[in-house]
Design a protein around this ligand. Structure first.
Ligand code: F6R
Ligand code: MG
Ligand code: MG
Length: 366
């Protein structure tokens, strides 16, 4: 039997601005998912929040891109949207760009990360969900976890990891993809994924086919669907751990820098990605700084254990302190680059509306 893990997420409204989801609305989302759990359509589920985003994790045996599973999550998000609108939550239904469901949620607004594999006797995995950032935010940690021996000791020490991994990279602006081999193509891979606004890692695979997929990341770009800035496409990722995959600690180590990502206030600023426990999963300072939550699960035949809130540990305090030091330093740049994003990345924000007003005043330079 193969198990599928599907994570579908969307911002359907939040309290007090774009700060945090509302428990009452989340309960409404839960109700429909719970019914599907009781009816046997899904084996198990977990629902939580990354800032103003609702994350729905489901396990089942129907494979990826399954219409019924996607419709279930979409309908649950629509239930939540209705509740959010009735109760005046901010940005209610923000990520629901199309209301008529047709086949799967891709292109409709919500983000999707999913994978199907034959379970090992024990199959631990970690789910990361970020807020106030963009899909390319996971390029750096996923690269370090699966291709950098200074991060992942197993790449050197463990024969099961020593052959490296295959990276599926999407050119998100041109709807193309390429598969890159590591370690042999590490430099070429970095040439692409260092440009986080253009190229994003979509999946990582073990070279041992029996082990299968190692990681899947949501890469939906809302502006590509809506044609204008909507939300910041806050990404989520599922990463399998241990016995032929990086150890859980090697996976988490990828987030120890608090690396700079795009997003933050108005989706228009660079800032550090701060790893936080769920009780800090709310964006406050300057609508941020961008943050990432992590839940580790074990699973048997699709049945989940309770999660471990992996960043709920003083081991992450130093990273968080460094993030806030960098956040504070960047904030003092106000509207100046590189705190504010360059014009190419501001194309889909509201800035062009402001600049258009100035156009007529420009005269040729003599
Ligand atoms: C970033 C984000 C927020 C909003 C900002 C303005 O992803 O969602 O920073 O862009 O709060 O929001 P509006 O335009 O809704 O007032
Ligand atoms: Mg929002
Ligand atoms: Mg968000």
């Amino acid at each position: 039997m193969k198990t599928t893990i599907t994570l579908i997420k969307a911002d359907i409204g939040s309290i007090g601005g774009h700060v945090r989801t509302c428990d009452v609305t989340t309960d409404v989302v839960c109700q429909r998912i719970d019914k599907a759990h009781q009816s046997g359509l899904i084996i198990d589920y977990k629902i939580w929040n990354a800032g103003d985003d609702t994350e729905i994790l489901m396990t089942h045996t129907r494979g990826v891109d399954d219409e019924e599973i996607h419709k279930l999550a979409f309908d649950a998000l629509m239930d939540g949207t209705k509740n959010a609108k009735e109760r005046g939550l901010y940005g209610a239904g923000q990520d629901i760009l199309k209301e008529a469901f047709s086949g799967n949620v891709r292109g409709m607004g919500p983000g999707v990360a999913e994978m199907e594999f034959k379970e090992r006797p024990a199959d631990p995995f970690v789910v990361f969900a970020a807020d106030k950032t963009a899909p390319g935010a996971f390029n750096y940690p996923i690269f370090r976890v699966f291709a950098d021996p200074f991060n992942t000791a197993g790449l050197i020490i463990d024969p099961k990891l020593h052959d490296g991994f295959l990276f599926e990279v999407y050119d998100i602006k041109n709807d193309k993809m390429v598969t890159m081999d590591t370690p042999s193509e590490v430099y070429d891979l970095l040439a692409l994924i260092g440009a986080t606004e253009d190229y994003v890692i979509k999946r990582v695979h073990s070279k041992d086919k029996s082990r299968g997929i190692a990681a899947a990341i949501s890469t939906e770009k809302l502006y590509a669907v809506a044609g204008k800035y909507i939300g910041k496409d806050d990404p989520a990722a599922i990463v399998r751990a241990q016995s032929g995959f990086p150890a859980t600690g090697e996976i988490l180590e990828g987030f120890a820098l608090g690396h700079l990502v795009t997003g933050w206030m108005r989706g228009s600023h660079n800032g550090p990605l701060m790893p936080v426990p769920l009780h800090y999963s709310q964006c406050t300072r300057f609508d941020g700084p961008p943050r990432v939550t992590g839940l580790a699960f074990s699973m048997k035949d699709g049945k989940l254990t309770e999660p471990i809130d992996v960043f709920d540990d003083p081991a992450w305090d130093l990273t968080r302190d460094q993030c806030m030091y960098v956040a504070d330093y960047l904030r003092r740049h106000g509207p100046f680059e590189p705190h504010r994003l360059p014009p190419s990345s501001m194309e889909y924000t509201t800035l062009p509306n402001v600049l258009n007003k100035l156009k007529a005043r420009f005269k040729p330079v003599k």
